[in-house]
Write a protein that binds this ligand. Structure first.
Ligand code: AMP
Ligand code: MG
Length: 436
């Protein structure tokens, strides 16, 4: 039985998965309500919320499958917000220590890449390898709040990155558009809701890079175009035509995605098309990709809604589905967070601390609101592995939040060396809490 943990961004999630049978359960706590007021994810608040919710979610999981039946603890290693990833890793290591089982690090993006095939596994676990092999080579489109990528999975289940976004991710561009239009967070679902009442041809938005023969995506012109249109229009008019704005803006994003996917399909011999990530919930995108697959004459699979966002189900599934050497990292207790991990295993090493500018941090972390302290902490973390500064403790009985604030305080005052010791002590306390 694989116990998987996910805490890369704004969802705390736990899943239990048995490769020969399927899921024994999935438990997710979404932080949308917490971050809504700020219009985006606040890393420090997110990490504290992970700290608070891992305990209760794990208790529910252990009510279904006792601790002694766990064979492996899987955890999202990256990419994601460093403070949040560190929380998952600390809990995973503590659990693995308590159970005497290996801890393995999973690349969140690769977990997304395999997520459209979870349903195939659920239908017939014993036949999964055979049926999956019939669908390879596979062309996948991964669209989330932080990533937009086209990739292939070949016969040996090796993943190759074909294209990425040159600027914003698809989810990010929808979220930013929604913000300009005065809609709530996260913006993607809001845009989709309003777009149902509007016309996709009411406004013209640029699809510049989509027309060129490159596979890479670019959405920056789109956001600027929306801003200019809104600035020129009286507020009442903007409100009156909101549905049209949403429909036209959404259409520009989705058309670019579908057009690039079609271009990629034409460049090699694929036997299936897939769709994954948070934006995969969008019905218009689903329909677009489905008709593309029909046009191409290959089967289409998309991730189920429960496995589109930041979920632990796909993390557990990746442990058995991802066979590429290094795809899943059995890193043991030396496992470290990897905030900038890429889909094709690339590691963005941060060897030179000074080279990491606040700007690059801001770009990678979606331009959300953050304060100077959290940036400093994240940069420290990237430079020192997972001996992170902020909120680095793991839950301990009734004193979780106290322990968290103590760790934060101590780290600020006493430096990283001590923090790593605090973590170790907390892991031991967490284990004793588990075994009580
Ligand atoms: P993730 O990064 O995988 O957690 O997914 C979150 C992203 O998916 C956010 O940018 C959301 O705005 C976006 N998203 C979620 N649901 C939808 C939807 N129905 N339509 C468009 N975007 C969506
Ligand atoms: Mg999320």
């Amino acid at each position: 039985m694989i116990l998987a943990l996910e805490s890369s961004c704004d969802e705390t999630a736990v899943a239990l998965f048995e490769p020969t049978r399927g899921f024994a359960g999935e438990w997710t706590h979404s932080q949308i309500a917490l971050h809504e007021t700020y219009g985006g994810v606040v890393p420090d608040l997110a990490s504290r919320e992970h700290l608070q919710y891992f305990g209760p979610l794990l208790r529910r999981a252990f009510a279904v499958v006792p601790l002694k039946n766990i064979d492996c603890v899987a955890v999202t290693q990256g990419p994601g917000l460093a403070v949040c990833l560190a929380m998952g890793l600390a809990v995973a290591k503590a659990l693995a220590l308590a159970c005497g089982v290996p801890v393995v690090g999973v690349n969140h993006l690769r977990a997304h890449a395999f997520s459209p095939f979870i349903a195939l596994h659920a239908a017939a676990p014993e036949k999964f390898d055979e049926y999956f092999s019939d669908l390879l080579p596979h062309l996948g489109l991964l669209v989330s709040g932080g990533n937009t990528a086209l990739f292939s999975i070949d016969k040996e289940r090796r993943i190759r990155l074909l294209a990425e976004t040159m600027d914003d991710a698809a989810g990010e561009i929808l979220d930013k558009g929604a913000k300009l239009l005065g809609l709530g967070y996260p913006g993607g679902p809001q845009i989709e809701k309003f777009a149902r009442e509007g016309s996709p041809t009411a406004f013209e938005f640029p699809r510049a890079v989509a027309q060129r023969a490159t596979l890479d995506f670019s959405f920056s012109g789109l956001k600027t175009s929306l801003r200019y249109k809104l600035e020129k229009m009286p507020v009442e008019e903007v409100v009156r035509r909101r549905a049209d704005f949403c429909a036209s803006y959404q259409a520009a994003v989705i058309e670019s995605l579908a057009r690039k996917a079609k271009l990629a399909f034409e460049q090699a011999d694929y036997r299936s098309i897939g769709l994954s990530g948070g934006v995969a919930n969008n019905k218009v995108l689903q329909a677009g990709m489905e008709s593309l697959a029909a046009w191409c004459g290959v089967p289409f699979s998309r991730a189920a809604p429960a496995q589109t966002g930041d979920n632990a189900g796909m993390v557990a599934f990746a442990v058995s589905a991802d066979r590429e050497a290094g795809g899943v990292n059995a890193g043991g207790f030396g496992l470290e967070i990897a905030p900038s991990l890429s889909l094709d295993l690339g590691w963005a090493h941060v060897s030179d601390f000074a080279a990491v500018s606040t700007d690059s941090y801001r770009r990678r972390n979606r331009g959300w609101r953050f304060d100077a302290v959290s940036v400093r902490r994240e940069l420290c973390c990237q430079a020192t592995g997972w001996r992170l500064v902020s909120g680095m403790s793991v839950p301990c009985g009734q004193n979780w939040s106290f322990t968290a604030s103590l760790a934060t305080e101590a780290s600020n005052r006493l430096g990283l060396a001590l923090v790593s010791k605090i973590i170790t002590i907390n892991q031991l306390r967490f284990i004793s809490w588990l075994l009580r």
